[in-house]
Write a protein that binds this ligand. Structure first.
Ligand code: DAH
Length: 343
C-alpha cells in the first residue's frame, strides 16, 4: 500500500516539476499551486486514501505526503523567483533609457522685432542723456489733441480715424500727448523719449494696423535750435541704419511743431541710387519732427520767450520692418515663433 502511495506522490511531484517548467507567468504558477496544494488539490485527494492505509504505515505515509508538499512548495517558490526575475529583466529591457541621446531643447522665447528695435532706440537716446517715460494708452481728448494745438475741426479727430471711448476720452492716436504731460510737470530742461502703443481706426493691410507703436521724442531747454534737431536725428539715423546714412529734411505740417519736417534717410540698400527697396527714390521716409510750437509750450506752462524745443515721432514697426526687411506688417502680430526667431 505504502509503495503505491509513494508512486502516486512521486508522480505528483514529477508532474509538478514538468508543469512548473512550462509555467511562464504568475497566473500559470498559481494554477499549478491550486491543482496540487489547494483545498481540492491532488495532495488532499490523496489524503482521502489514508483511511485505507494500515494504521502502522500512516505516520510514514503522512511524513511522505508532508515531504512531497514541502518539495512542491519549494519548487513553486523557486520557479516564482525565476519568473519574477524574467519579468523584471523584460521590463528593464523595455524601459531602458539611452542616456547618450541628446536632450530635448527647452523652447525659450525670442525677442520680438519691435522689442529689438525699441531696445536699440532706447540705447541710442539714453546714451544721449534722455529719460524714458510712458504715458497712458487711454487718453483725454484734451491731451491727445487740444494741448497739441490740434483744433476741434481737424481731420485727425474724425471718428473714422480715432477710437472714441466717449466725447472726452480716446485711445491715443499718437504718443505726442506724453509731451504735454511731461511739459506740464514743470521740470526743465527736458530730454525724453516715450515709447508706447497707439491706436487708429485703420483697416489691416501690409502697412496698416489699428494698433501699432510709436516712440516720441522731446527736448526743451534754453537755446534749442533746429540745428540741434538735425544733429540729433542725423546721429540717430546713422546709429540705426549705418554710418554712411545721409538724412534729408522735407518741410511738412504738424499742428504742434513750427516749423515741421519729415526726415528721410538715404536708402541703406542701394546707398541712394534707387532700388526696389526704396521704390526707386533713393530715400526712405522715417519720421516726423519739428520745433515745438510756441503755443504748445505756453499751454503747458513753459515760457516760449525763455525756452525752445524740438520734438519727433517715429513709428516703431516702420523701423523694425525696414531694418529687418520684412515686407508685411501683419507678420509682426502673428507671433509665429518660426518667424520671430529669425531676428
Ligand atoms: N504724432 C505724429 C504722428 O503720429 C508724429 C510726430 C510728428 C511726432 C512730429 C512729433 C513731431 O513729435 O514733432 O503722425
Amino acid at each position: 500500500m505504502s509503495s503505491t502511495m509513494k508512486e502516486k506522490l512521486d508522480s505528483i511531484v514529477s508532474d509538478a516539476v514538468s508543469r512548473l517548467a512550462e509555467a511562464q507567468d504568475p497566473d500559470a504558477l498559481n494554477t499549478v499551486r491550486v491543482d496540487i496544494l489547494g483545498k481540492k488539490g491532488q495532495l488532499k485527494e490523496l489524503m482521502k486514501g489514508m483511511k485505507d492505509v494500515a494504521a502502522e504505515d500512516r505516520p510514514k505515509i503522512g511524513q511522505m505526503v508532508n515531504e512531497a508538499r514541502d518539495r512542491v512548495t519549494e519548487l513553486i517558490e523557486k520557479r516564482k523567483k525565476e519568473i519574477d526575475l524574467e519579468v523584471m529583466n523584460a521590463r528593464m529591457a523595455a524601459e531602458t533609457i539611452d542616456v547618450t541621446l541628446p536632450a530635448k531643447k527647452a523652447e525659450i522665447g525670442h525677442p520680438h522685432p519691435n522689442q529689438i528695435a525699441l531696445e536699440e532706440l532706447e540705447r541710442i537716446f539714453v546714451g544721449m542723456g534722455y529719460e524714458v517715460i510712458e504715458g497712458p494708452e487711454i487718453e483725454w481728448d484734451e491731451y491727445n489733441f487740444t494741448k497739441l494745438n490740434i483744433p476741434p475741426n481737424h481731420p485727425a479727430k474724425d471718428e473714422q480715424d480715432t477710437f472714441y471711448i466717449n466725447k472726452d476720452i480716446v485711445l491715443r492716436t499718437q504718443t505726442s500727448p506724453v509731451q504735454a504731460r511731461r511739459m506740464e510737470q514743470g521740470k526743465l530742461p527736458i530730454r525724453m523719449i516715450s515709447p508706447g502703443r497707439v491706436f487708429r481706426s485703420d483697416e489691416v493691410d501690409a502697412t496698416h494696423s489699428p494698433s501699432f507703436h510709436q516712440v516720441e521724442g522731446l527736448v526743451v531747454d534754453k537755446n534749442i535750435t533746429f540745428a540741434d534737431l538735425k544733429g540729433t536725428l542725423d546721429k540717430f539715423a546713422k546709429e540705426v541704419f549705418g554710418p554712411d546714412t545721409k538724412t534729408k529734411f522735407r518741410p511738412h505740417h504738424f499742428p504742434f511743431t513750427e516749423p515741421s519736417a519729415e526726415m528721410d534717410v538715404s536708402c541703406f540698400k542701394c546707398g541712394g541710387k534707387g532700388c526696389r527697396f526704396c521704390k526707386g527714390e533713393g530715400w526712405i521716409e522715417i519720421l516726423g519732427c519739428g520745433m515745438v510750437h510756441p503755443h504748445v509750450l505756453e499751454m503747458c506752462g513753459i515760457d516760449p520767450n525763455e525756452y525752445t524745443g524740438f520734438a519727433f515721432g517715429v513709428g516703431l514697426e516702420r523701423i523694425a520692418l525696414l531694418k529687418y526687411e520684412i515686407d508685411d506688417m501683419r507678420l509682426l502680430y502673428e507671433n509665429d515663433a518660426r518667424f520671430l526667431k529669425q531676428f
